[in-house]
Design a protein around this ligand. Sequence first.
Ligand SMILES: Cc1cc2nc3c(=O)[nH]c(=O)nc-3n(C[C@H](O)[C@H](O)[C@H](O)COP(=O)(O)O)c2cc1C
Length: 136
Amino acid sequence: MTYAVRYYTKTGNTKKLAEAVAKVLGVEAQPISVPVSEEVDYLFLGNSYYAFTIDPEVRDFVAGLDKNKVKKIVNFGSAAMMNSTRKKVKAVADRVGIAMDEREFHCKGEFKGIHKGRPNADDLKAAEAFAKQYVK
Ligand SMILES: Cc1cc2nc3c(=O)[nH]c(=O)nc-3n(C[C@H](O)[C@H](O)[C@H](O)COP(=O)(O)O)c2cc1C
C-alpha cells in the first residue's frame, strides 16, 4: 500500500493530527500546497470546518487531484462544534471521480477557548490507531 498525507490548517490542530497519522504510515505530513505527484492507494486529507464549511483552498486542492494518481481519499480532522467534513470533501471528490473511504477520523478541536488543548494526547493516540488499520 502507498500513502500520502496532506493537511490544511489555520490554527495548527490539523497539522498535529496529520503528523500523528503520517508517522504511522511512514510518510511525511505535508500542507496542501504540496501537490500529490506520485501514485497512492490512499491520500489522507486533513481539513476542518471554518464558518460552517471547508476552506476554498481545500476544495480547490481536491478539485485539482489526478484520479489516475489518487485511488482513494481518507478524510480526517477536527472541529469545535460540527462533525465530520467528509460529505463536503466527497462532493468535490465525486466530481473528480475519486472514491472517498467510508472510514474517517474526527475529534474535537480547540477554538476560542472551547475544547482547550484538543486535539490532545489521547486524540493523537486515537488518530494513530485509526491510521494503523491501513498499514498492511
Ligand atoms: C475562522 C474559524 C472558523 C471556524 N468555524 C467553525 C464552524 O463553523 N464550526 C465548527 O465546528 N468549528 C469551527 N471552527 C473551529 C475549527 O474547526 C477547529 O478549531 C479546528 O480544530 C481547526 O483546525 P486547524 O487548527 O487545523 O485550523 C472555526 C475555526 C476558525 C479558526
